[in-house]
Design a protein around this ligand. Sequence first.
Ligand SMILES: [Zn+2]
Length: 90
Amino acid sequence: MRTETRPRRRIARKRHYCNGCGTTAIAPGQPYLSGTVFPGHDLIQTTIPLRLAECGDCATRYGRAHLLGDASETIAAALDRAHNEGERSR
Ligand SMILES: [Zn+2]
């Protein structure tokens, strides 16, 4: 049984490393996919919930680039939206 959340688009507020390729740095302002894996997952063994990040290249490779949304969005617009989303979640 898989136990994980559906990957969703986020805008990086700090630097992340992609858990897919393990090498690509996700810079602040860049869109990436984030999902959480819970204990009991059939592929990833963990005793605590793990939040995973996936870069645009990996999202494309695994056929979920559409989840990243509009690639033409500027970094400034993305940061502004991330800021506004942060305001709402407070
Ligand atoms: Zn990657």
